[in-house]
Ligand binder design. Structure first.
Ligand SMILES: Nc1ncnc2c1ncn2[C@@H]1O[C@H](COP(=O)(O)OP(=O)(O)OP(=O)(O)O)[C@@H](O)[C@H]1O
Length: 269
């Protein structure tokens, strides 16, 4: 569980970046934070993870909070598996060093993320996406009941985005509380029970994903026309977002977009 109560933050010498943000990420649920570049998503989740002190408000959690930053290279040439073993540090005694069980747990976490084959590679030699997956494995190996992830899919190809989203869904199913930032409303639709829309410093909306992720709210949030389509996944009806990037503003006619596929009897309009 992770709880933010009336959180407010501004960098020194600057005004409020956000104010009065309250939300509760319960165990077994995921919350996605969305908003334009520079609106404060990273700052908000860094406050939530205890890495930045808020100017006002309170953060509560009922256990350790694991934080997955965006991969930005690494200064030290650790092997990937050793980076993941470092996630186990919090589980060790003050003078203990990681043992065989920690290495096994690290390799298992890497396996879950699909990067077992990268275990012996040096971290700085990995691609941005590979580094991102190592950082996710490190957080999983730490076995924290709450995970906070800053754009976990930012550097990932479509297959790895799907892999990470499925993995996060499984972790939520196992009872973790997950808070993540994303630039993909689709990812929020696929994963999140709740969303936080950072519209403006004093207009940060938190609530159920199905209520807040409307075409109108997303269009307002990003300042471009955003449409949602529905499709079926097994028995479930799901929604995905389409942004007609190349269309001039107002050129897309009103009404729902049609999701055409060939053949399409099991894919909804
Ligand atoms: N250490 C800092 N000192 C001063 N201003 C900062 C600092 N870090 C970030 N900012 C500013 O705070 C604002 C919010 O930054 P933040 O990284 O939280 O936004 P974001 O929503 O995560 O952006 P993006 O989508 O581009 O990653 C930006 O205007 C940024 O320039």
């Amino acid at each position: 569980m992770l709880e933010l109560e009336r959180l407010g933050f501004g960098y020194p010498g600057r005004g409020w970046l956000f104010r009065d943000v309250s939300l509760r990420v319960a165990a077994g649920t995921a919350t996605a934070v969305l908003g334009p570049n520079g609106r404060g998503k990273t700052t908000l989740v860094r406050c939530a993870a205890g890495l930045l002190a808020p100017r006002e408000g309170v953060v509560r959690s009922d256990g350790a909070v694991g934080y997955v930053p965006q991969a930005r290279g690494g200064a030290f040439a650790y092997r990937a598996v050793d980076m993941v073993v470092m996630g186990r540090t919090r589980l060790l005694g003050v003078f203990a060093t990681p043992g065989r069980a920690d290495r096994t747990a690290a390799l298992e976490a890497m396996g879950r993320v699909g990067i077992g084959h990268l275990a012996e590679r040096r971290f700085p030699t990995l691609s941005g996406g590979e580094q991102q997956l190592v950082l996710i494995a490190r957080a999983i190996a730490a076995e924290c009941p709450t995970l906070v992830l800053d754009e976990p899919c930012a550097a990932l190809d479509l297959q790895n985005q799907a892999r990470v989203l499925r993995l996060l869904r499984r972790l939520v199913g196992e009872g973790l509380a997950v808070l993540l930032t994303t630039h993909h409303p689709d990812h929020a639709l696929a994963l999140a029970d709740a969303v936080v829309l950072m519209v403006a410093p004093r207009d940060v909306r938190a609530g159920p994903a199905r209520d807040l992720l409307t075409d109108g709210a997303l269009s307002e949030l990003y300042g471009v026309e955003v449409r949602t389509i529905t499709y079926r996944e097994g028995d479930a009806e799901r929604r995905a977002v389409v942004t007609p990037f190349a269309a001039e503003p107002g050129a897309v006619s009103a009404g729902p977009l049609r999701f055409r596929t060939d053949p399409g009897p099991d894919v909804a309009r």
